[in-house]
Design a protein. Sequence first.
Lengths: 115, 113
Amino acid sequence: DGGITQSPKYLFRKEGQNVTLSCEQNLNHDAMYWYRQDPGQGLRLIYYSQIVNDFQKGDIAEGYSVSREKKESFPLTVTSAQKNPTAFYLCASSIQGAVGNQPQHFGDGTRLSIL
Amino acid sequence: GESVGLHLPTLSVQEGDNSIINCAYSNSASDYFIWYKQESGKGPQFIIDIRSNMDKRQGQRVTVLLNKTVKHLSLQIAATQPGDSAVYFCAENRGSTLGRLYFGRGTQLTVWP
C-alpha cells in the first residue's frame, strides 16, 4: 500500500546526543514536511522540501537539520542544540506543482523523549 | 494576532447526533482550508478540504462550510459514531501556494454511547 512510514515509533535521546528520525514515502510526492506536536497543541512546521536537494526552514527550525537526497526520503536530525526535544514528530508529504494546494498526508509519527 | 483557532477545545455529543466543530481564521489571504482527524498516538488523517471559491463541500457523513465574510470554517459530522472520537484540526494556507499549512490547536470530540 502507498503511504508514509516513520521510524522508529519511539526514540530516546541522551543529553548531548544527535538523533535521526526516518521518513519514507512511496506516494511519488514531490513535497515533504516535518512537524512538531506538543501536548494539547497544533502542529508547528520545522522544515519542508518541495524538491530533491532543496529545503526551507519552517517556523521552529533551530536545533534541527534535514536532508533531501532522494525523493522518497526526508530524514530529520534532532541535534544537541535542541534543548527541549521531547515531542511527537510528524512527517507529511503532498503533491506539488500546477495543481494548486493539495492535502498533506501524514505518517504515524515518532515520539521522542529525553533520557 | 493572526491565527487559526477553534472556538471550543472540547465537544461531547451523543452517538447518533450531529456534531459541529468550528474554526476561526484571521488571515484574509487564505484560500485553501483543510480538516484533519487525529486519533491518539497516530498521525492526522485527511477528512475534507475546501477552496475559497466554494462555500460548502460534502463528503461521506461530513460537510465543510466556509464563510469568508466572517472568516469562519466549520466541520459538520452527521450521525456521529464512537469511532469519530478524536482531535479535529483545521488548517489554512495563508495564501501560500508552496504547500505550507498552518494548523489550529484542535478540538477534542468525545462521542457518548
